[in-house]
Design a protein around this ligand. Structure first.
Ligand SMILES: [Zn+2]
Length: 270
């Protein structure tokens, strides 16, 4: 039995806009040799130089909250952009240190990266993140233990529901994600290292619009994941703005950050 409305104010749906601010770290973690490929790195750097400021302008103009997941290394390399995000009032969550992909065979490496990421967000931004989004949404058997050990209240990585849920035996709330609500499968491309067809923003708008309509009927969590280096291109920012305005045409929508959704879910299931 699906609850009638699990959301505050009897909202029909909760909408989270999330942005994984990977900058160059996403490319460096794919292949350390990218360090010597300025062209490849420039795709990531665009997220910092153009994507973030343009995105912040859009979010401010539309008056909607967002959650940015930032690797510690990015907080160190692009402190100015990270401060802009923080000072605009958006939530900042944990996204690893150098965007390390989870390796179940290296728990110590994972613990170390987790720690470094926490330290960098604290040192550079004075931020103690409430939530964790793993690079690439990959988890290992110890990831949730790290989340809990660092006092965080949520993870936003798994795909097994359309409503949040509390991980068994913990108070960690999962804020589910899915590939169709991620801009990367449609827009992340490199002709040599990640050769796949780019999609038109028109196509992607249609997918996101229809997914919103479905979620609106179901009353779940519409959790969109974008990347400043991808969504920050001109036509794609128009696509995002169009989506935000389309959602605004609907009543009873709760726009929230990850922290707000997790706190709400914890309180109602306590
Ligand atoms: Zn990422």
């Amino acid at each position: 039995m699906v609850p009638s409305s699990p959301w505050p104010g009897d909202a029909k749906v909760a909408v989270m806009l999330t942005f994984d601010f990977d900058a160059e770290s996403g490319w460096l973690s794919r292949d350390p040799a990218h360090r010597d490929r300025p062209g490849v790195l420039s795709q990531g750097r665009y997220g910092a130089t153009v994507g973030v400021p343009r995105l912040l302008d859009l979010l401010a103009a539309e008056r909607v909250p967002a959650t940015f997941f930032i690797p510690g290394w990015v907080a160190e390399q692009h402190p100015e952009q990270c401060r802009l995000i923080r000072d605009a009032g958006h939530e900042i969550g944990h996204h690893g240190y150098l965007h390390e992909r989870a390796k179940p065979e290296d728990p110590e490496g994972e613990r170390r990266a987790f720690e470094l990421g926490m330290k960098a967000l604290d040192a550079g931004l004075g931020v103690t993140p409430a939530g964790y989004r793993s690079p690439g949404w990959d988890l290992t058997p110890i990831t949730l233990e790290c989340v809990r050990a660092h006092g965080m209240i949520y993870s936003s990585n798994l795909m097994d529901d359309v409503f949040p849920y509390v991980h068994r035996g913990t108070s960690v709330v999962e804020l589910p994600v899915q590939w169709a609500l991620d801009d990367a499968p449609f827009f992340l491309m490199h002709p040599t290292f990640l050769n796949r067809p780019l999609q038109s923003p028109e196509t992607v708008f249609g997918i996101w619009r229809d997914e919103f309509l479905g979620m609106y009927e179901w009353g779940g969590l519409f959790n969109l994941t974008c990347h400043p280096q991808l969504i920050g291109q001109p036509s794609r920012l128009l696509c995002l703005r169009r989506l935000i305005r389309f959602i605004k045409e609907h009543d009873r929508v709760w726009w929230a950050t990850g922290r707000e959704v997790a706190e709400h879910w914890r309180a109602r299931t306590a």
